[in-house]
Ligand binder design. Structure first.
Ligand SMILES: [Zn+2]
Length: 311
């Protein structure tokens, strides 16, 4: 039912408001990033969802970016090594955190009284390897084996649809989208882009959009890049695809090793992306034809609130 409302908005040509940054917002509130904040500070995660719901987001994303079995396994020499030196149950930790993350989003929606008016929960699934490292992207058969597992976890936990976020190769995006459709869930696919309307791995955004035609993907988006790169990519995406498209940019700067983005109050002058400045970009995206608009890393509820008022 929640997703039907979103579908209706899309069909009528209306704008669907996505929420903003989750992980970066949790960090901004002083929560240590261990386990996405889910185990130690579930109340903080829930509160971020509540704040986006209060900002009138139509869709809230789960706090599950880059949360998969492989992310833990990659820290070991292999499964045997993980069993030998890791804590018991580590191989199932990603699945457990995923279920908890979905439950936090559902609790927030219930608490906000938005179950019945159809706010949808997007189960966020990332590339199997680091989203900024398309060179590490898995072979197609690996993607076809592992994405369905994560999709099933999301489905049984109760998401309304799957958002594949920050996908960086056409190969993995296709395999992922097919996994969600096979599970009977609606699916959106968002690509992380660089300058000149290319995916981070160098494939043109237009090719990526065309490669998803016929796979039953409801919305194709571009995300997790500076505003000007998102604007350029969205233009090409709009021309290459007949169905709905969307956009959400990040603001600030990535400060490795963890996801520490600068936030707009800490930047000054031209680097500060205030809610007003972000709105200007969003209005341009809307003019270009974006029907789904929200925020990526570094954006906060105040950005989404202003979009909710003005879009
Ligand atoms: Zn991002």
């Amino acid at each position: 039912m929640s997703y039907q409302r979103i579908q209706g908005k899309l069909a009528r040509g209306e704008t669907v408001l996505l929420d903003g940054g989750i992980g970066t917002e949790i960090l901004r509130r002083g929560v240590y990033w261990r386990c996405h904040g889910i185990e130690q500070h579930p109340e903080a995660v829930r509160q971020v969802h509540l704040d986006y719901l209060a900002a009138r987001a139509d869709v809230i994303k789960t706090d599950t970016f880059q949360l998969n079995r492989r992310a833990y396994l990659n820290l070991f020499h292999g499964l045997e090594h993980m069993y030998r030196i890791g804590p018991p149950g580590l191989e199932n930790k990603a699945a457990r955190l995923t279920r908890q993350a979905v439950e936090l989003a559902r609790e927030a929606r219930r608490a906000a009284g938005k179950d019945s008016n159809g706010v949808a929960i997007a189960g966020v699934i990332s590339p199997l390897e680091h989203s900024f490292r398309p060179d590490l992207a898995p072979a197609e058969e690996v993607a076809r084996r592992e994405h369905p597992e994560i999709v099933e976890e999301m489905k049984s936990a109760g998401v309304d649809f799957i958002l594949f976020e920050s996908m960086n190769t056409i190969r993995e995006a296709r395999a992922a989208a097919e996994a969600a459709r096979a599970a009977g869930l609606p699916v959106w696919v968002s690509f992380v882009v660089r300058e000149n309307a290319k995916l981070l791995g160098g494939e043109p955004v237009a090719d990526a959009a065309r490669a998803l035609e016929g796979l039953g993907v409801d919305v194709v988006l571009v995300n997790c890049a500076p505003i000007e790169d998102i604007t350029a990519a969205l233009g090409k995406l709009r021309k290459a695809r007949s169905g709905p498209v969307g956009a959400y940019a990040h603001i600030g700067r990535y400060d490795p090793p963890s996801w520490k983005f600068g936030f707009y109050p800490r930047f000054s002058g031209t680097e500060a992306v205030t809610p007003e400045k972000y709105l200007e970009a969003a209005l341009e995206w809307k003019k270009t034809g974006a029907q789904v608009i929200g925020g990526c890393c570094g954006t906060a509820p105040e950005h989404i609130r202003l979009l909710g008022e003005k879009l």
